[in-house]
Design a protein around this ligand. Structure first.
Ligand SMILES: [Mn+2]
Length: 313
């Protein structure tokens, strides 16, 4: 029988909620990791930042991956964590600058590392083993956006299994390189610049002059209809036709794709018949952890989402 998977969304340091999800899915702790008699987990990335149990979350996920009970892909938060402590040999400083904004967004993780400095290097080295994407043939996983052309470019130039070596990591932190733009698409999703220098403040409190878009949706032809974000922000977005190249083709007959990253709200729903997001804003007080139970189907089913409420106070 083909392997079936439970795809679990962004966890952001909420290990108690993660464990309640694993138990809800029928996993039990044997020796030092959670397992299920006939299923495995796929984690979509973003294990760290924001929540209170940073190292505990990493331990839970990592033990399952090491025991071959789970796969995990890289999220933008793991990518940023590596860049934050990687020296920039050309410009000096670090590949991700230690600005107050970057420090603030990384604070929960940095505090955990201050308490356990002996684990910092080991954790970062584990992040470096996370692939940018996972293609199982009948199921695909990426943190934010399946950019096939970009995946092909990385496969031809670096690694066909999406693993980042040092050269790819450095190039993907350099905005003058194609690698930067591909990795941005994969881990942060396609964005487009707003018209007329318009800005808005996103739910993270960050002022943005660009917006995340429904990159797969070929019916989304205006800024408003292509907007991917909080409902309260959409009213600030113009209903003007988009005049730049903005879509990334993912046809409805391609294999199912599971993503995280997008801070979805309300009841889980499919983004397309073959695309589902399992990130339902765990970091918010009323947020939840979401998963999709996949049993080999090529068309996804909105009845197969499962959610557990956030347990961390
Ligand atoms: Mn993310």
């Amino acid at each position: 029988m083909a392997q079936h998977y439970d795809i679990i969304g962004d966890i952001h340091g909420c290990n108690n909620t993660l464990i309640s999800m694993l138990e809800a899915l029928g996993y039990a702790k044997k020796s030092d990791y959670y397992q299920h008699p006939n299923r495995k987990v796929i984690f979509v990335g973003d294990f760290i930042d924001r929540g209170p149990l940073q190292l505990e979350t990493i331990r839970t996920v990592r033990a399952m991956v090491a025991a071959n009970q789970a796969h995990a892909v890289m999220g933008n938060h793991e990518f940023n964590a590596i860049a934050y402590i990687t020296p920039d040999k050309v410009e000096g400083g670090y590949l991700r600058a230690h600005t107050s904004r970057n420090r603030r967004n990384h604070r929960a993780f940095l505090q955990a590392m201050e308490q356990h400095p002996e684990q910092y290097e080991d954790v970062i080295n584990w992040f470096k083993t996370l692939p940018l994407w996972l293609d199982l043939g009948n199921l695909r996983i990426v943190h934010a956006c399946w950019d096939q052309l970009g995946i092909d470019q990385i496969s031809e130039t670096y690694s066909a299994d999406g693993l980042m070596d040092e050269a790819l990591f450095i190039a993907s932190n350099d905005p003058s390189k194609w690698e930067f733009h591909v990795v941005e698409n994969l881990l942060k999703g396609k964005t487009i610049k707003l018209l007329n220098n318009h800005t808005f403040t996103d739910p993270n409190g960050i002022t943005r002059d660009n917006m995340r878009i429904r990159w797969w949706d070929n019916k989304a032809t205006t800024y408003k209809s292509a907007f991917m974000g909080a409902a309260r922000d959409i009213e600030h977005i113009n209903d003007t036709a988009i005049d730049t190249e903005h879509l990334i083709i993912y046809e409805e007959d391609e294999v199912p794709l599971l993503i995280g990253h997008y801070w979805m709200q309300d009841e889980p729903a499919l983004l397309a018949p073959n695309i589902a997001c399992v990130d339902y804003s765990i970091a918010k007080r009323n947020g939840k952890l979401c998963a999709y139970r996949w049993d080999g189907e090529s068309k996804l089913d909105s009845a197969k989402f499962i959610c557990v409420p956030r347990l961390e106070s």
